[in-house]
Ligand binder design. Structure first.
Ligand code: MIG
Length: 775
């Protein structure tokens, strides 16, 4: 209670330096082994390890190796790198083709440059530590540097000007600009300096803090463990993502159905209600690919059970849904009810799989089932066991699981597990808290992958750590039906994407609080272009299904859900790009125009791929907004009006219109509307936004949408290059992969139709009736 009074700012808490920070001193000697360099300092051992020419790892350990890192983030091993060493008066220079690390001897300081001489990282102050295991470093910034990333944070796109903490936390209170931390920890930043990007990843699982309030530097502090960070050379933002995801991995392709429209509510409480929900979607011809079962499906919130009264026939329900092209996704929380007659509890206790204190007593906390215990997901055999429990779901046809409350959330003062709990041997919860949820989700993903026998699983998670995208999609937790939260979801998901979490989204319509028709329409419009598209709503608040607010709103909501399905070939192609390169589907303008400083701080527009720009409507009772157009010419998706770039316009957007702009020359693949991704496409259309002169490229990707055959090249990828000159368009089409598509690709022109069309050297004619031709 007192937290809301002046008591909250009592002086004692402001004395942030209760303990002395000690610098690590001078370098005494350096020893190099090819690409690993060990520096002995007065108070620490420093290791500089080149993982690749463009990735260098720095560890600074004043604790004699006492704090082993348990981070699961990094999956790459170092490649062979040639490093050129120069010794000077004041220190050493280590140089690869892409990076130069300059070591100052006295006191020890590092500076890292890229091969163009841009300063990426420099110790502004000496690296310091505290006897109890805290570490701090301060790296130089300039006033115009822009900082992105940090995963799931509130606020605007640029993270400067605030302090950000990494400590996975369940926050139901409204997420406002000072709400931090939230559910995920991504101690990773992308820094843009004059259009040059680089990345830095502090691979610490302890609570960490980024203080970005200062003009000339930032500080990073970790509550424990030797300093351990990686620097990525860039220089393009896409290079940084490629480098970071080289280290922490990339997302697998989700099943296509995971990209469709999903409907959720806390909760659809009975089998009957779920059937009626699906029936209503179908009767109204509104596309739908998944329905979620929130906590009410369980028997008193026991995971791996169904309530016999509410859900007496889950198998036939799932079968019924599947016949309608709909997947059922049940929620699974980590808390296991303490109940001697409940097998999951009994089995876990007998096997000694739950988290304990050092003295051997079980840790118990309150969550939905009442007093509960928590699996020790840090242990491999526990993950295996937990995963095996999921046959309960997969045996009846379930292919997707929703992990919630895995921060872990516990109903107590600290909101989580006691920091004194020990995991896997002797790691305190204080050390591993931030990775607990990710380990649960890893267990879930791997188990589903095995149990689905070749089908792609879908996992959704709330908590996560750097690398979580290897296993799951991420949604941004308990937002509210506030316009401000619609606005906030944009930079939040953009920064998740910049932190490698390409597949993310926010609860469309808002979770808590009461939505209204206008808000639902505007949110659905933009949600249709987020990577993950789910409408979800909390217990006790206004229903939020597409038809909840009457006919007028329903028709618009429906139209935008349909639009999602029309755009799926484009989104799916971008998914493949994310899988291959780490570059997310939903991107800040900066990612495509890093040299245009006007883009650096745009939080309320985004790109879907490199040629499409969305300018969402985020204010009530408002039918216009300002849009910034980067260089080039842009075409209004609806009216075909042309906008000259490098300037701002006020655009009109009545309730039924989401401002969408396509770059002149662009190509975008669309499908016909369908009710579910389970229905195969017979036809796709490549819309070509013609221009007078120039070239453009597009990659259309497709595969079976459900299996892992794409990993073996069973896909179709069409690399299309269009060259426009003198009313003629030359298409150069190269196809690779062994998948036989179900569709034919038609080409349609937007804008002036060329008089001559040439495909791979052969002339083509347009079919008069359809105004298209088949590629
Ligand atoms: O509110 O399972 O963020 O999506 O509906 C507490 C019930 C628990 C939090 C999730 C929300 C979900 C809800 N859960």
């Amino acid at each position: 209670m007192l937290e809301d009074t002046s008591f909250a700012i009592r002086p004692i808490d402001q004395a942030d330096e209760k303990e002395v920070w000690q610098p690590i001193g001078d370098v005494q000697k350096i020893e190099g082994k090819k690409q690993i360099f060990a520096l002995t300092c007065d108070e620490a051992v420093v290791n500089i390890h080149f993982y690749r020419g463009d990735i260098v790892r720095v560890t600074i350990d004043p604790f004699d190796g006492k704090y082993d890192s348990v981070s699961p983030a990094v999956i790459a091993t170092p490649e062979k790198v040639d490093v050129h060493v120069r010794e000077g008066e004041d220190g050493w220079e280590l140089q690869t083709k892409r990076l130069t690390v300059v070591i100052e001897r006295s006191p020890f300081r590092l500076a890292i440059y890229d091969n163009e001489g841009t300063l990426l990282v420099r110790d502004e102050q000496p690296v310091c530590f505290q006897a109890k295991g805290r570490m701090r470093c301060a790296h130089a910034l300039t006033p115009t540097d822009v900082v992105y990333g940090l995963g799931e944070k509130t606020g605007v796109l640029n993270k400067r000007g605030a302090v950000w903490t990494m400590w996975n936390t369940d926050v139901y209170a409204p997420h406002n600009l000072e709400t931090d931390p939230l559910y995920q920890s991504h101690p990773y930043m992308m820094v843009l300096k004059n259009g040059h990007a680089h990345g830095i990843f502090f691979d610490h699982t302890y609570k960490t803090t980024f203080d970005l309030r200062h003009e000339l530097f930032y500080t990073f502090t970790s509550d424990g463990g030797a300093l351990n960070y990686y620097v990525f050379a860039g220089p393009h933002p896409k290079d940084v993502l490629a480098q970071y995801t080289h280290l922490v991995g990339r997302m697998p392709l989700p099943p296509k159905w995971a990209l469709g429209y999903h409907q959720s509510r806390y909760s659809y409480e009975t089998e009957q209600e779920v059937r009626e929900l699906i029936d209503t979607f179908r009767a109204k011809h509104i596309p739908l690919d998944a329905v979620y079962l929130d906590i009410h499906y369980m028997d008193e919130y026991r995971v791996f059970t169904f309530d016999q009264k509410r859900f007496p026939h889950p198998k036939s329900l799932i079968q019924y849904a599947k016949e309608q092209g709909v997947h059922i996704v049940p929620i699974v929380d980590p808390g296991v009810k303490v109940d001697a007659e409940y097998d999951t509890y009994r089995d876990g206790v007998q096997k000694d799989y739950f988290c304990k204190y050092a003295d051997g007593t079980l840790y118990k906390g309150d969550v939905w089932p009442g007093t509960s215990v928590f699996p020790d997901f840090l242990k491999k055999k526990v993950r295996k066991w937990w995963g095996e429990q999921h046959t309960f779901y997969t045996d009846i046809g379930i292919e997707g699981i929703w992990n919630d409350m895995n921060e872990p959330s516990v109903f107590n003062e600290t909101k989580t597990m006691d920091e004194q709990v020990v995991h896997d041997g002797w790691k305190t919860h204080r050390q591993v808290h931030n990775v607990y949820g990710m380990m649960m989700t890893e267990a879930t993903y791997h188990a589903l992958k095995k149990q689905l026998k070749g089908k792609r699983p879908f996992v959704l998670t709330r908590a996560g750590f750097a690398g979580i995208h290897r296993y799951a999609a991420v949604w941004t937790g308990d937002n509210r039906s506030f316009w401000e939260h619609l606005e906030l979801s944009i930079p939040m998901c953009l920064n998740l994407g910049l932190s490698a979490v390409a597949f993310c989204g926010a609860d469309v319509g808002g979770f808590a609080h009461d939505a209204n028709g206008e808000l639902l329409v505007r949110w659905t419009q933009v949600g249709a272009f987020f990577p993950y598209f789910r409408n979800h709503c909390a217990i006790g608040f206004a229903r939020q299904e597409p038809w909840a607010f009457g006919e007028t709103y329903e028709q618009i909501v429906k139209r935008y859900i349909e639009l999602r399905y029309e755009w799926l070939p484009h989104l799916y192609s971008l998914c493949f790009e994310a899988y291959q390169t780490g570059v997310p589907m939903m991107r800040p303008l900066m990612m495509e125009y890093p040299n245009d400083r006007e883009t650096w701080n745009v939080s309320d527009q985004f790109m879907v791929g490199d040629q499409v720009m969305i300018a969402p409507m985020i204010r009530p009772y408002t039918a216009h907004r300002i849009v910034y157009f980067p260089e080039g010419r842009w075409i209004d998706y609806w009216t075909k009006e042309v906008f000259e770039g490098s300037r701002r316009y006020i655009v009109e957007a009545p309730l039924d219109r989401l401002p969408i702009y396509v770059k002149e020359g662009a190509m975008i693949a669309h499908a016909d509307v369908k009710l579910s991704t389970a229905m195969a496409d017979e036809q796709m259309t490549l819309y070509v936004y013609t221009m007078k002169e120039g070239t453009s490229t597009y990659t259309l990707y497709d595969d079976d949408g459900t299996t892992f055959a794409y990993e073996k090249g069973e896909y179709i990828r069409m690399h299309i290059r269009a060259t426009f000159v003198d009313h003629t368009v030359h298409f150069d089409v190269k196809t690779d992969g062994t998948y036989q598509p179900t569709w034919q690709l038609h080409v349609a022109f937007v804008g002036d139709v060329p008089t001559t069309i040439v495909v791979n050297g052969e002339q083509r004619v347009i079919d008069e009736a359809t105004n298209t031709f088949v590629l």
